[in-house]
Design a protein around this ligand. Sequence first.
Ligand code: FUL
Length: 514
Amino acid sequence: MKINLTRIFKLSSQNVILPAVMVWLAVGVLLQAQVVRQSLPNPNNEPRAVFPVPTERQMLWQEVEFYAFFHYGMNTFTGKEWGFGDEVGTIFAPTSLPDCRQWVQTAKKAGMKGGLAIVKHHDGFCLWPTESTTHNVMRSANLGPQVNIPRDFAKASKAEGMKYGFYISPWDRNSALYGTDRYVTDVFLKQVSEVSKYGNGDQFEIWFDGANGGDGYYGGQRGTRQINEKIYYDMPNLVDSIHKLQPNCVVWGDKGWSEARWIGNEQGWAGVTNWASADRDDLTRNALTNGQENGWAWIPGEADAKATDSGWFWHRGETPYSLDKLYKMYLETVGRNATLILNLPPNQQGGLPPATVTRMEELGNLLKNRLGNDLAKQATVMASEERTAGQNRTYVASHLTDDNKDTYWATNDATINGASVTLKWDTPVNAHYVMLQEFVRKGQRVKRFTIETSPDGNMWTKRATDITTTIGHKRIVPLNGSTDVYGPGYNVKAIRITFDDSRACPLLHTISVY
Ligand code: FUL
């Protein structure tokens, strides 16, 4: 039968047919949507994603967690932090070749998994024999012309099984062309592509600093050059080209196009609440530090901080920060769903000074001692609810301690608040930290949780209640609530974590106790 809608609508003005038809249509649409949803094949009963979600390269990047920054270059020899661009090449006069292997080994000893080397800072001096400018190592003195940081750093990193990346300053205070289109195509892009040739296309991050003070040498013209930072470097296309050359390379920047965001300070801390999502086009200071629960893009935070007290570059008389301060940085960045890029400045001999090396060894040992022995491995893990298994996937609580980040515990869709996981030990253990990791491939979900400890399995005490908000890739909660004081820890027979509120059913792949 053909329904004549026009006729029905005409009639309806005098009676109830119109509302009835509208209700009928609406119910039909809803039912259809429901049928479509239910009939989508989901044999494994997988939870639906909560968007935004990370890209594959962001997933790989996030796992690097803790890595080094190596500020070495012209400033190492002038003692400046920002060279003006008028430094003659011969000032760069290393008497020994930079020992990239020692840099990387030191980072490794600190527990880092990679590093980024500065290959060109704002002064424009390139640390490899580039064709893009004469202001490069070929015009330097002593062993300078043999220096090639991108080549040697990539090689050393590979030899040590570490990730590598580069920092190439877009702002160039030396180039006469800076401010023109030719600078972008013939100088800057060329430099990025030259550097991309080193290391077989597996660079994990490239850093494009946003600093631009305006003034500089600019090929002898000295003065101020203004650019429109949003469009000058044609970043969207540059990012695209980088991905073609380096598929796993996350492009860092403090502008909307970046794949990882600045955390908003250079002191080495992220917000207690820290979402990996944020609105690309509205990165206020709060959004940088805390992310935004309903932000539309996945842009996880990276915290850049110095390990020494005198600057990003090496300076005479510099001292490494105390072990306590560095450890606190780690807890407040890696332990708060951000990554930590910690700066280690090589000196004029091209090596990291002994004091820096020693401090990094101490840091590595401390991290191993305090966060290296996972007590959850000896615990029995139970959950208040386990999501109904699918054909080839289960969501049982034991996935939380199986050392596999691809398996996870989950609840059923309806349980977005109140589910809990309990870890129990036969004999009491001494616990200082709980470490939690969400299965972020399906989005960052948990908004608030509670940790309780029990000395006997009956009496429960809430711990660190002020800071148990978001989780994300990794959250390390000191049970005493402090990132300053390690304390004696708590003797516990059980720990219970309740997921009080989530954007959708919670999914966690790991819980550890230290
Ligand atoms: C800043 C730069 O201006 C500093 O010199 C340093 O390289 C730091 C990591 O980023 O914005």
